[in-house]
Design a protein. Structure first.
Lengths: 152, 375
């Protein structure tokens, strides 16, 4: 139980970092397209500022926003997987991806079409965010399956 | 001996002494040495948004919910002006800017900027109409401007207007929130100030009229949500509502790029960096910016003698926390920033009457229009 909870926290942490990477990258890529001088130091410092800013200086902390659908979906997937005695990673990958896609699609519905995460305003951005969810699902699924194998 | 004792006392209570000193200093720093009083001239209003002054006793103003209202001979008419266009009242959208024609005393023409839903679509846009005020009714209503393209958000319209000395009209357009990057391209009206004739036609002399990739109405670009624009002796000042920090006052010149969102002093509401740059060649610097944000909403340049100490200052109404900033202006540079009228609520717009009294519109339902005059 504690292991599973730790795995969820780890997954939220990883997905949050990946979402910040996508958001920062989309911003800096646009600035680069405007011929603004982007270098490695600037990329690093902006990413670190975004990690802090989006999680601790935001009206809604990013980790909280991500954790609600992600934990819900992964937890349900775990229960369903146990019920049907499947020991496959794919359902976790799928549910991680769906949770992020739903977040990106439903958030504007709740906020009068406003897209608060700037990196997800384009379809490519939404796809990248979904992939972040898939990777998070993969990580969580991998650890669950390994735990089951260890128990056996 | 006495000095020693005093010194010991100060050392003993140094924290208390520091607090007292700071309190005294802050009172002196904030005081304006101008004695004034407030008179409420209209109350119970539904989100008053923009003021237009006809004369000392007659004022026109908009309510965001969709009304145009009149104060006639010093009294608020209970009925809104009839014949106004249907608006989209949502988010920050609604009946927004109002400006009088330079010949209003003769022709009774006024201009309204508002958000309107596109027919049969889920999108909306900023529109400007020209109409004649006849009694308490609008007649000869003609649409003279519609921002391109439409948007699906109801934020950041800009929607303020001012006449230039040559009789052309400047209209501010916000970036629509989701479309901020478009403020840097010239094929759309997001984040632009446009210049049109008072009948909606295209005037000569717009900076991008010969550029086939640009919309010919564009006068300046790189704006976020310009919520104030004034013309003082031919100089145009624009007031920009920034994100978290980065509210700005700019001197608006044709063809200039004011940088949003490539350069900014603000941060995104989600806490992320919008741009790590605050300046760049080819992009204009503001003459004043605020970090943290003061949520500016309206602007005027006071040019009357009723408050002689304030003559020549720019006044910016603000909603955070609810006050007015008086900015001393010298050769297009802001040299001092004073906080005044901070005992009211959020202030949505500011103007002055020909007699020199200052008009304030407080925000929200139950808004008021307040006149400020010296004691």
């Amino acid at each position: 139980m504690i292991k599973s909870f730790f795995d969820l926290l780890l997954t939220v942490l990883v997905v949050t970092i990946l979402v910040v990477v996508v958001s920062t990258s989309s911003n800096l890529l646009w600035l680069n397209s405007m011929n603004m001088p982007i270098d490695f130091n600037l990329v690093t410092s902006t990413f670190l500022k975004d990690i802090v800013g989006m999680n601790f200086n935001s009206q809604i902390p990013l980790y909280l926003l991500i954790s609600i659908p992600l934990i819900l979906f992964l937890f349900c997937t775990k229960i369903i997987s146990k019920r049907f005695l499947t020991n496959r990673i794919f359902p976790y990958v799928l549910s991680g991806g769906i949770s992020m896609l739903l977040l990106m699609v439903l958030l504007p519905f709740a906020l009068d079409n406003l897209e608060p995460i700037s990196g997800s305003r384009t379809n490519i951005g939404k796809l990248c965010m979904t992939i972040c969810g898939c990777l998070g699902g993969y990580l969580y699924g991998f650890r669950q399956i390994r735990n089951v194998d260890n128990e056996i | 001996m006495v000095l020693d004792k005093l010194g010991m006392l100060i050392m003993k209570y140094k924290q208390l002494a520091l607090v007292i000193l700071i309190s005294i200093l802050s009172v002196f720093l904030r005081s304006e040495d101008v004695d004034y009083n407030y008179t409420i001239i209209a109350e119970g209003l539904d989100r008053p948004w923009s003021l237009a002054v006809i004369d000392d006793k007659n004022i026109i103003f908009t309510e965001l919910s969709g009304n145009l209202r009149q104060i006639k001979d010093g009294k608020l008419l209970s009925a809104p002006v009839a014949g106004t266009p249907e608006v989209l009242f949502k988010g920050q959208g609604g009946m927004s800017g109002v400006v009088l024609d330079p010949d209003f005393q003769k022709n009774k023409v006024l201009y309204l900027a508002f958000s309107a839903r596109d027919e049969g679509a889920r999108t909306n846009t900023l529109k400007v109409i020209r109409a004649v005020l006849s009694g308490n009714e609008l007649k000869d209503v003609n649409e003279i401007y519609s921002a391109f393209p439409s948007r699906n958000t109801a934020l950041h319209y800009g929607a303020k207007m001012v006449f230039m000395d040559d009789g052309t009209l400047l209209v501010t357009n916000g970036d629509g929130f989701n479309y901020r990057e478009k403020a840097q391209t010239l094929d759309n009206h997001f984040g632009k100030i446009v210049r049109i004739n008072s009948d909606g036609s295209l005037p000569e002399g717009n900076p991008f009229s010969d550029d086939p990739n640009a919309l010919p109405e564009i006068w300046s670009y790189g704006h976020r949500n310009p919520q104030g624009i004034i013309n003082y002796k031919g100089e145009i000042y624009g007031l920009e509502h920034g994100p978290m920090g980065g509210d700005e006052i700019n001197v608006i010149k044709p063809g200039n790029n004011y940088g949003w969102p490539a350069i900014t002093y603000g941060k995104d509401y989600n806490g992320s960096v919008i741009s790590p740059f605050t300046e760049m060649q080819g992009m204009e610097q503001p003459i004043k910016y605020w970090v943290p944000s003061i949520a500016p909403s309206g602007m005027m340049l006071y040019d009357k003698d009723l408050f002689p100490e304030w003559k020549g200052s720019i006044f910016v109404s603000s909603m955070k926390p609810g006050s007015v900033r008086r900015l001393e202006l010298k050769e297009n540079k802001i040299i001092k920033d004073h906080i005044i009228f901070d005992d009211l609520s959020r202030i949505r717009d500011i103007a002055f009457l020909p007699n020199g009294s200052i008009l304030l519109a407080t925000d929200g339902s139950g808004g008021e229009i307040i006149s400020v005059q010296p004691n």
